[in-house]
Design a binder for this molecule. Structure first.
Ligand SMILES: Cc1cc2nc3c(=O)[nH]c(=O)nc-3n(C[C@H](O)[C@H](O)[C@H](O)COP(=O)(O)OP(=O)(O)OC[C@H]3O[C@@H](n4cnc5c(N)ncnc54)[C@H](O)[C@@H]3O)c2cc1C
Length: 314
């Protein structure tokens, strides 16, 4: 019996969320004395390295084409490998897949899981965030197949130098789902906001679009994506796809830098999965400071160039 983790790739590498999902599964497997198997959606160089995060086996497939049926492939894998739990990392692709597999296997689906599973006797308790991160709910898992979709940055992976045992599998052919595209079209910029490890975001405190070079320069130095608050995109200072929050993009970077953003609850709903938050605001009473790990009380027009220069020299 083992836990199956279905992971995504990008540019021939594992997405960061893949490591999060495998680390989560490894934690659960340790508590239940089970093992972890990973199935890679797409192609990846050095698939065995997922073993560093706690996966014993890794299934990879070749010849991805439009005749292949991913849902059927995974459901067959669940039955052949006697899988009791399937773990996905939250993303548009994985959430859709998880829902379809749940329907096909008539299994329980839990999304938005926001902390490591707890074991009380033989009962597994999971914590899910609800109301766009403003609350949470604890549920007990039933026996039988459970499909779990986890949020990013839940736990710090325990790394080892172990490698996973690689197995090449054949994808099932069928009609229920077809891979029609392997590419990603990015709206603008080099780094996708939802996948970014670092996000530099600006709010109304930036005063106008003409000042955005400050955000872009810092983002370039850090290899970060750029974001903004809702009023900023409403005023067309920035494109709408950069708007972060309850009604915009939900981000989950390792570091979220917010400059001139007050920290309204609707904005926080889009950033509360960030591992660390750095707030730059001239108002020491700005609500964002309550959600921040680090804060700079100061004028962003002084702080941003200084921070950028410091990082460049470092
Ligand atoms: C239904 C609904 C949904 C919403 N959804 C979203 C959403 O998804 N995302 C979102 O962002 N908002 C959303 N909002 C809007 C939200 O309530 C806030 O109005 C908005 O987030 C405020 O944007 P802001 O922080 O950029 O601007 P402000 O609230 O005007 O804050 C500007 C901040 O900049 C600081 N500042 C000014 N000058 C400087 C300077 N020189 N140096 C440093 N700091 C400075 C100020 O102290 C202030 O804290 C929603 C609102 C509603 C009603």
């Amino acid at each position: 019996m083992s836990i199956l983790v279905v992971v995504e790739t990008q540019d021939n590498e594992y997405k960061k969320s893949a490591y999060d999902a495998v680390a989560y599964a490894a934690d659960l497997a340790k508590k239940l004395s089970k093992s972890v198997t990973t199935f890679v959606l797409g192609e990846v160089a050095n698939p065995e390295t997922i073993g560093n995060y706690g996966s014993e086996k890794v299934f990879i497939a070749e010849n991805w084409d439009e005749k292949k049926d991913i849902v059927l492939t995974i459901t067959q894998m669940i039955s052949e490998e006697k899988i009791e739990t399937v773990v996905f990392a939250k993303s548009p692709v994985s959430e859709t897949l998880a829902a379809r597999i749940s329907v096909k296997t008539q299994s329980y689906l839990a999304t938005n899981i926001c902390s490591i599973p707890e074991l009380s006797g033989s009962i597994i308790k999971i914590k899910k965030s609800i109301y766009t991160g403003k609350g949470f709910i604890v549920e007990e898992l039933h026996s039988g197949l459970n499909i779990l979709v986890i949020k990013k940055n839940i736990l710090q992976a325990q790394l080892s130098d172990k490698l996973a045992q690689k197995q090449v599998i054949k994808l099932a052919e069928g009609k229920t789902s077809k891979l029609v595209s392997k590419g990603i079209t990015k709206a603008t910029g080099d780094i996708l906001l939802t996948d970014a490890q670092i996000v530099v975001s600006g709010g109304r405190g930036m005063k106008g679009p003409e000042n955005w070079a400050l955000i872009e320069d810092l983002a370039k130095t850090l290899g970060a994506a750029t974001g903004c608050s809702k009023p900023v995109s409403d005023m067309d200072w920035r494109p709408h796809h950069e708007h972060v929050g309850q009604t915009g993009v939900k981000v989950a970077p390792t570091l979220y830098i917010a400059a001139g953003i007050s920290g309204a609850i609707q904005h926080l709903a889009g950033v509360n999965s960030s591992k660390f938050i750095l707030v730059i605001n001239k108002d020491p009473e700005a609500p964002f400071f309550k959600a921040a790990d680090y804060g700079v009380v100061g004028d962003l027009f002084e702080v941003l160039p200084k921070l950028n220069a410091l990082l460049k020299s470092a």
